[in-house]
Ligand binder design. Structure first.
Ligand code: JD8
Length: 252
């Protein structure tokens, strides 16, 4: 997959994209991220990418001209124009389902804004406008990195163990079960006996129960869309009868 990123802060991407799994995917030729400086498409002495808003108000707005020229120039780098992804707080919520859809694309063009956001006309360039969550960031660079990270680990050949992404939070709609490694006792805290029993049916049942309990406790709305067995429903009822904050404190 080729991802072209347009930003006024292309250097922000250097660390996150060169380390770990995303870095390895690039070294292996499974992913190529090319970061472009939006200022390369400005024509004035000050290389300005923003201007004051029509109608007044605080802050500055991203000018249309550098963004239109940048997106068109970057699209022309390959035969395929690529899906154009914008990031704004008012975008469609980014989910694992959208990550899976994007991972099937040959190429993506990501546009990161700054300031108070984009001149509305620029959004006509977008195939999709995404938001990574309900909080306010200072620009679209971190969202672009989040989406690149989530999409990269879904590309064929990136994870090695190709089935591992099917096992975890969100792919089956439940949060992850607790995991442990050696030693079996650390500072008096024991690894649950079932995980050392070698009984794979019991281990699988325990993990599903833990996933259901965790989900019921912290993300009950995720359970509404899932097919649940009678056993699952008993576990959920039991979990919801358990107080979130225990009655005793550390002082007694
Ligand atoms: C792009 C500029 C900042 C946005 C005034 C200062 C995504 N989940 C998300 N939260 N925030 C963003 C995001 C924020 C951005 C830009 C994305 C470009 N800003 C602006 C409007 C209000 N602030 C985001 N994806």
């Amino acid at each position: 997959m080729i991802v072209d990123v347009v930003s006024i802060f292309p250097s922000m991407f250097e660390g996150p994209l060169s380390a770990s799994i995303v870095g390895l995917a690039q070294e292996r030729g499974l992913l190529e991220v090319r970061c472009h400086d939006l200022r390369d498409w400005t024509h004035d002495r000050h290389r300005s990418t923003d201007d004051s808003p029509y109608g007044g108000g605080p802050g500055m707005v991203m000018k249309p001209q550098p963004l239109f020229e940048a997106v068109e120039a970057v699209q022309a780098l390959e035969d395929e124009p690529g899906k154009v992804v914008f990031f704004t707080p008012a975008g469609v919520p980014f989910t694992q389902t959208i990550a899976e859809e994007l991972s099937g694309e040959e190429r993506l063009v990501m546009v990161c804004g700054r300031y108070e956001g984009f001149d509305e006309r620029v959004l006509s360039l977008a195939d999709v406008d995404l938001s990574i969550g309900d909080y306010v960031l200072t620009g679209g660079e971190l969202p672009a990195m989040v989406v690149i990270d989530a999409v990269t680990r879904l590309l064929h050949g990136v994870l090695g163990h190709e089935d591992s992404s099917a096992d975890e939070s969100f792919s089956d709609g439940l949060l992850e079960y607790p995991q442990y490694t050696r030693p079996s006792v650390y500072r008096g805290m024991e690894v649950p006996e079932v995980l050392r029993s070698g009984d794979h049916a019991r281990i699988e049942a325990w993990r599903r129960e833990q996933s259901i309990r965790k989900t019921a406790r912290v993300r009950p709305e995720l359970l509404e869309r899932l097919p649940l067995s009678a056993d699952d429903r008993r576990i959920i009822e039991d979990e919801l009868a358990t107080p979130l904050i225990s009655a005793t404190t550390g002082t007694d």
